[in-house]
Design a protein. Structure first.
Length: 360
């Protein structure tokens, strides 16, 4: 007896409009249930990027969110703790072309409830301020801008591996520039902060973070190093999109996929250019084992008092500790960084005595 297995392959959207409609529908209806907070997070991120890049996804792409838009007032009233997600999705849907004006009413309601005042983080306050300003609602500043600027104007913070700080750097730029819509004179210290954070991300082969840094640089009026742009382009082209029963959205690289495409759009390329599977999809990045950052950090720790912040002096020692591929990445990072000597001085943390003698 012969068993015949019939294989069916889902169609893939190829035109730009169809790709965006398939992508939006997948996030809205196929990856997670819409009562999951991660559904809010994923859809807020996608729609934000579509709105920021002027993607104009069209009515078919927005229709998949009609049910969300219909009951958003009920959701925000019962889940005010998620007001930033809910406002972001609503405002982006309207600005992308969804008929309606609920965003203004919801924004004024959130302001009247004092929801922004319940935020402990300056970064979350900055996001709330930016969201409400989109519909003309002002949030008290109380020195918020000055504190944010003080944080991002300390390059030493970003010469040491600290992903949380680096992501807060990029989002501070996003909010202060209103995602590139507002010119803001940041100055040389902020440029160094972005350069140092990007150098660490490049050495770590962290495309997710480096893509955000490239976008933030452009919004701050800077031009990212060409090698960073090229690597993001190569990395974006290597994504694998798994569909139907192979899709694993619970553990994929969707955010990396979104921000890499955002960085491509900011660089003038067409985002989301690959054919998009229709239905349930997960996004998987190519992995590389050659990232030299961890080896460099361990080397600095192991050297103890023998380490120096002088890159010219330390270069042979660092080079000898890396394999050929890792050293090649280091050479690219050095060539791309406008102040690698300054970056390495902060990265090495040389000459810092152990704080044993601080008086009680």
């Amino acid at each position: 007896m012969t068993n015949v297995v019939h294989l069916t392959f889902p169609s893939r959207a190829r035109s730009r409009g169809d790709r965006l409609a398939a992508l939006t529908a997948s996030f809205a209806a196929e990856r997670r249930q819409d009562d999951d907070v991660f559904w809010l997070k994923e859809n807020a991120e996608l729609l934000n990027i579509l709105e920021c890049t002027g993607a104009a996804p069209g009515p078919d792409a927005l229709e998949t969110h009609a049910a969300f838009y219909e009951r958003v007032e009920k959701r925000i009233a019962f889940f005010p703790q998620y007001y930033r997600f809910l406002l972001s999705i609503t405002l982006d849907l309207e600005d992308l072309g969804m008929p309606g004006s609920k965003g203004e009413r919801l924004t004024r309601w959130a302001a009247a409830q004092g929801l922004a005042e319940a935020e402990l983080s300056d970064l979350q306050r900055a996001e709330a301020r930016r969201l409400m300003a989109r519909r003309g609602v002002a949030v008290a500043d109380d020195g918020l801008t000055e504190r944010l600027l003080a944080f991002i104007s300390r390059p030493e913070t970003f010469a040491m591996p600290n992903k949380k700080a680096a992501y807060e750097l990029t989002h501070t730029i996003f909010y202060l520039t209103e995602y590139g819509r507002r010119r803001f004179a940041f100055g040389a210290q902020v440029e160094r902060s972005l350069t140092y954070a990007g150098t660490l991300a490049f050495l770590d082969r962290n495309a997710d973070l480096l893509a955000e840094i490239c976008v933030a640089m452009r919004q701050a009026g800077m031009r990212p190093p060409a090698r960073w742009d090229d690597w993001i382009a190569e990395h974006t082209a290597d994504f694998f999109l798994a569909d139907t029963e192979l899709a694993e959205p619970e553990r994929d690289d969707y955010h990396e996929f979104l921000v890499c495409n955002w960085a491509r759009a900011a660089a003038g390329a067409t985002p989301f250019a690959a054919p998009q599977p229709i239905g349930r999809v997960s996004f998987h990045a190519r992995r590389t084992a050659a990232a030299p950052l961890r080896q460099m950090s361990q080397l600095m720790l192991d050297l103890d008092d023998a380490r120096s912040g002088d890159w010219a002096l330390m270069r042979p020692t660092v080079a000898n500790a890396l394999d050929a591929e890792g050293y090649g990445i280091l050479q690219e990072a050095e060539a791309a960084c406008s102040d690698f000597d300054g970056f390495f001085a902060g990265f090495a943390r040389a000459g810092q005595s152990i704080p044993m003698g601080i008086p009680a």
